[in-house]
Ligand binder design. Structure first.
Ligand SMILES: [Zn+2]
Length: 432
């Protein structure tokens, strides 16, 4: 390792030398950096409209919500952290360190809000239409499909296995399951989602009703556990419906991701909810482990996914952009970052993402668990999964190492592209 650190120091000093000898450290004049928006299921305009309507007509409803204990450990002692941009108080559990909204934020709250403010319902419906759009659907199918492909080798003899997705939204996960020969069921609390999913012929149950009867080979929570006011109760109930050697898999936003830890109330991901229950539980690796153990599971594997935008983080840290606060004012640009900083952030971004993943600081955590007593049965499978991941990571790292662009290499790349173009072209030609 010592040699690696030595090479890193050398490389950083070479960058510093270049900066000092050129004018690269000067601010980039008028050129602005446009910040990425973290919303995949809602357009930025709809997000701004929804939050503004909630802040004007809805957030006073928060005062009437029932209190709740820590969603991870059940503890009652906490300290105040901050108030989110949509008006929720976030606290930190004194026992386990989980960040959460100490109130029961549930779907009924937004029904009441929509009755008060029909304009907000119209905005919410518009964003649902966006989620039905083909490209969002394709992205969602691809993403959940990749998780299922990871899990299939662990689901011994998975053919026609029954799987349950808790908080399934519009039911894209059920479609991805069916594409792999699994029989998918879903539960959902949003009436609009249930209606749309059922119109598509999907088996989606209202979360307020008794859940579909088990047993299930696999129960999933694709970014839904962070929205639930009673994650412990739901996980414990799912345990009763899980096959003895079944699996639970979930993804959640990671409280240890630099964007949340650094930006806190200014991080767009940190919101209690303006049209549906928001991210009222902000779990990290340890609080998730604690929650799973308390509800009768063993955590088998934990991985990170995606990476922070270093440019966004740097713009925030340097006071050039105020995160969600500025995004709500329609300001997406950060001015004053030097060309050198922008270049450094972009070029080191891919390596940083891999380091985030290794340290479990990625924006999303991917977790696999099973019943406590079944952990031994999965030991060999998990070992194989980890070895395969290590191989993929090494290949990814190799592919990122910059290659010198010799004229021969450039010619080669051009030839390859032309060859591919002609092949596509030929396939499209009509038969003579
Ligand atoms: Zn706790």
């Amino acid at each position: 390792m010592f040699e690696s650190y030595h090479r890193l120091l050398e490389a950083l000093l070479a960058v510093a030398r270049d900066l000092v000898s050129s004018d690269g450290g000067e601010p980039a004049g008028d050129s602005a950096t446009t910040l990425t928006t973290p919303f995949s299921n809602i357009s930025e305009a709809n997000w701004v409209a929804a939050v503004q309507l909630w802040n004007a007509h809805g957030r006073s409803l928060i005062a009437a919500l029932e209190p709740r204990p820590c969603p991870a450990c059940g503890g009652e002692r906490h300290r105040d952290l901050f108030e989110s941009y949509d008006g929720y108080r976030y606290v930190e559990c004194e026992d386990c360190g989980c960040w959460y909204v100490p109130l029961r934020v549930e779907a009924a709250l937004f029904e009441e809000f929509f009755t008060r403010c029909p304009e907000a319902r119209a905005v919410a419906e518009k964003s649902f239409e966006g989620r039905e759009a083909d490209d969002y659907q394709d992205g969602s199918l691809e993403r959940i499909g990749a998780y299922l492909d990871l899990l299939l080798p662990l689901l011994h003899g998975a053919g026609r296995a029954r799987v349950l997705d808790v908080g399934c939204g519009l039911g894209h996960s059920l479609v991805a399951a069916a594409e792999r020969g699994l029989v998918g069921f879903g539960t959902e609390s949003s009436k609009d989602c249930i209606r749309i999913a059922r119109e598509r012929g999907l088996e989606v149950f209202d979360a307020a009703d008794p859940p579909p009867a088990g047993p299930f080979r696999l129960i999933t929570f694709w970014e839904s556990l962070e929205h639930m006011s009673e994650p412990y109760e739901i996980l414990a109930e799912c345990r009763e419906r899980l096959e003895p050697e079944g699996l639970v898999a979930l993804t959640v936003p990671n409280v240890l991701s630099p964007a949340i830890l650094l930006q806190r109330a200014d991080c767009p991901v940190v919101h209690g909810g303006y049209d549906t229950p928001g991210h009222t539980n902000l779990f990290g690796p340890e609080t998730l482990r604690r929650l799973l153990e308390r509800s009768g599971y063993a955590l088998l594997d934990l991985d990170g996914q995606y990476g922070a935008s270093l440019t966004d983080l740097f713009a925030y840290g340097a006071g050039l952009h105020r995160g969600a606060h500025d995004l709500l004012l329609g300001r997406r640009e950060a001015r004053g970052l030097s060309e050198a900083t922008i270049g450094l952030m972009r070029w080191t971004g891919p390596a940083f993402s891999i380091l985030e993943r290794i340290a479990h600081l990625s924006p999303i955590l991917v977790v696999i668990a099973c019943r406590k007593e079944a952990a031994d049965a999965f030991r060999a499978d998990i070992e194989r999964l980890r070895n395969a991941r290590r191989e993929r990571l090494l290949a990814e790292i190799d592919s990122l190492v910059p290659k010198p662009q010799t004229p021969a290499r450039i010619r080669e790349a051009i030839e390859r592209r032309r060859d591919r173009f002609f092949r596509i072209f030929r396939r499209r030609e009509p038969e003579p």
